[in-house]
Ligand binder design. Structure first.
Ligand code: BTN
Length: 264
């Protein structure tokens, strides 16, 4: 399928054509890093950088996000908190729901989210989200948040290096180009950010959850814990019922399904 990334094509498919400033690059170190530079030189809300490949794609917790050319979507959206209806703290959940809505219906399985924001299909991680704030050192404010989204669209299993091949997979959608997927994702993300109903957003996020009601394990301050994921509260935090009966609320970090530290 003809699948060359094109700003013109993407813009022809989004609902709000004048809203986006799309920058499409062949290759870049990281779209999140690149858009930070654009923000520093005055780029505005809804500027979006998309690259065909990244040489230093970044994931959460200092990990790499494998970003080969021609087979993935690597994009970052610059978001001005004053121009959206949801709190900045919910942007990462908004991106997760937007990604799940986008993937639903373009492939043969239902996506699910491992809190906070790893998106799985067929028990393989196909999408990750990295939200980062840009700090204004003078005012100590966060004028922008960058929402970075990486999707393995058609990266074949043999290409994922080392241990990643056990964890990562691809969407392999039928009859849809990356340009079409990106436009759908931008539309969904904008629709979610334009709606102030946080409860609806969190409820939808919970519907996609692959951890709720399951045994999970995690480490906090260097200590290992196990318990059952009970709820995701309105702040997007994970409520865990620990094995000793106590409750713990997680606002960040990473959990594993099961009682060992297995990365799924
Ligand atoms: C994760 O899985 O831990 C998050 C991965 C986020 C990857 C995306 S790809 C586009 C943007 N640019 C980056 O360097 N990272 C994000």
């Amino acid at each position: 399928m003809h699948d060359i990334l094109s700003a013109k094509k993407i813009l022809s498919l989004v609902e709000k054509q004048d809203f986006y400033n799309l920058v499409v690059l062949d290759t870049v170190n990281s779209t999140n890093s690149y858009i930070k530079e654009l923000a520093a030189s005055g780029a505005s809300h809804a500027t979006t950088v998309i690259a065909d490949s990244q040489t230093n794609g970044r994931g959460r917790l200092g990990r790499e996000f494998f970003s080969p050319g021609g087979t993935g979507i690597y994009m970052s959206i610059l978001t001005d908190p004053s121009k959206i209806k949801i709190p900045v703290s919910h942007l990462t959940i908004a991106a997760g729901v937007a990604a799940c809505r986008t993937l639903t219906g373009i492939c043969d399985a239902s996506p699910s989210i491992k809190w906070v924001n790893d998106i799985f299909l067929h028990d393989k991680k196909v999408c990750g989200i990295l939200a980062e704030s840009v700090v204004n050192a003078k005012t100590n404010t966060f004028p922008y948040t960058i929402v970075g989204i990486g999707i393995n669209v058609s990266t074949s299993a043999e290409i994922f290096p080392g241990k990643l091949s056990e964890i990562a997979g691809s969407v392999f959608p039928a009859n849809i180009t990356r340009n079409e997927i990106i436009a759908k994702l931008l539309n969904e993300f904008d629709n979610i950010c334009s709606n102030a109903e946080i409860k609806n957003l969190v409820d939808e996020y919970k519907k996609y959850s692959r951890v709720l009601g399951k045994k999970i394990s995690f480490t906090k301050n260097g200590k290992a814990f196990s318990g059952t994921a009970k709820d995701i509260n309105l702040d997007g935090n994970l409520v865990v019922s620990l094995e000793d009966g106590q409750e713990m609320i997680l606002s960040s970090g990473e959990v594993s399904l099961g009682s060992s530290n297995f990365l799924s």
